[in-house]
Design a protein around this ligand. Structure first.
Ligand SMILES: NC(=O)c1ccc[n+]([C@@H]2O[C@H](COP(=O)([O-])OP(=O)(O)OC[C@H]3O[C@@H](n4cnc5c(N)ncnc54)[C@H](O)[C@@H]3O)[C@@H](O)[C@H]2O)c1
Length: 345
């Protein structure tokens, strides 16, 4: 007898649902997409029609469906925690987009709901799964660049108005729904990436998180941050929605034996420059970007589904998401107080 497929509902039927969650679930042989939800019914209907699923305008209705074993939460940030907690309480494994929540309390409540229900909570921090970053992690672990001393990481693009289904008047620019702008949209990706790459938590942040240029909205469109890790490594994290020409998705890690450049070369995703003068080039595939429809091969969905199938907690857990969020919260606090802020984890 064929193995039963995992029934999945996607809550929020906008761009990340369209370009990542739906197509990646659709090609996973262990999944059946049962339902799409959106507060604008036509958005859910469009995807439901494409993937042979049902459409709903209220997430509560799909949480009541027995055939739904897992959900993706692809809504604006402010709804991540309430919807994820409701889904976990209803006994559904939950993959929530980033940033996972709008406060540490919400993040802790999500984790507690997951533990209480005995259902998995995973956060969509896909940067860790990019081939250049996987290679970089291995090189750092192998000691190729020695002890990490400093870093700089940057995630910049022209802004979500060209990406979101809601365009320039959408939720991304509305603090009530987004809670944070470029820092939460892009900065949280890099906060998660660096802590994972160097295998350390951040302890302290100094930051300017500002609304500099977008004519619309009340959230930051630029963030420039300095971070200090537990072992004393320091570095900068830049997130921007005003990189009007293209996208910058690069990271450089400086160790006491050499330098690791990620995404800086169009052909070689990873370049190692050793103190000896030797250079190593690794052709590991391009950085995924919003520019080139590169969002449908992230690996996030397969990881979530294999975690359910193998009954193994997801690597990119709620706690991991919470720790990445803590960096963002410290940066926001530093910017508001004009003081260094502790990363509270
Ligand atoms: N991991 C990544 O690389 C990545 C990339 C882009 C976006 N995201 C995240 O995905 C989430 C969604 O972003 P997007 O780009 O798809 O936005 P989007 O504006 O394209 O779509 C969001 C959709 O959610 C719907 N929605 C809002 N409230 C809802 C509710 N209560 N119930 C059901 N549907 C609701 C909206 O109507 C809209 O259709 C955000 O948290 C964003 O940060 C992650």
């Amino acid at each position: 007898m064929a193995k039963k497929k995992i029934g999945v509902a996607i809550i929020g039927s906008g761009s990340i649902a369209t370009h990542r969650h739906a197509p990646e679930y659709a090609v996973n042989p262990n999944v059946e997409i049962v339902a799409f939800v959106d507060r604008f019914p036509e958005r859910a209907e469009k995807l439901a029609k494409k993937y042979g699923a049902k459409s709903f305008s209220k997430y509560e209705d799909v949480l009541a469906l027995k055939g739904v074993e897992a959900v993706s939460v692809c809504t604006p940030n402010a709804f991540h925690a309430p919807i994820s907690i409701a889904a976990l309480k209803a006994g559904k494994h939950t993959l929530c987009e980033k940033p996972m929540a709008t406060s540490d309390k919400e993040a802790k409540d999500m984790i507690a709901a997951s533990e209480k229900a005995g259902k998995y909570l995973m956060i969509g921090h896909n940067q860790r799964l990019m081939s250049a970053h996987v290679k970089a992690k291995q090189l750092i672990q192998d000691g190729v660049i020695g002890k990490v001393i400093t870093f700089r990481t940057s995630f910049q693009h022209p802004g979500p108005e060209g990406w979101s289904i809601e365009g320039p008047t959408g939720w991304f620019f509305d603090k009530k729904q987004a809670f944070v702008g470029s820092m939460g949209d892009l900065g949280v990706h890099k906060a998660d990436l660096i802590r994972w790459l160097i295998g350390e938590e951040f302890v302290e942040a100094a930051s300017m998180v500002e609304h500099l240029d977008k004519p619309m909205g009340d959230v930051d469109d630029n963030a420039v941050c300095i971070l200090r890790s537990a072992s004393g490594a320091i570095g900068t994290l830049v997130a921007s929605w005003t990189h009007y020409s293209s996208e910058d998705n690069t990271t450089i890690i400086y160790g006491n034996k050499g330098i690791l450049k990620l995404g800086t070369d169009s052909r070689f995703g990873v370049v190692v420059e050793l103190a000896s003068g030797e250079k190593q080039f690794y052709e590991v595939g391009k950085m995924q970007s919003n520019d080139e429809g590169g969002q449908s091969d992230s690996g996030v969905i397969n990881l979530f589904i294999s975690s359910i199938l193998n009954n193994t907690p997801p690597e990119i857990s709620g706690e991991e998401g919470r720790r990445a969020l803590a960096v963002i919260l410290a940066c926001l606090k530093s910017s508001q107080t004009k003081q260094f802020a502790k990363v509270e984890i």
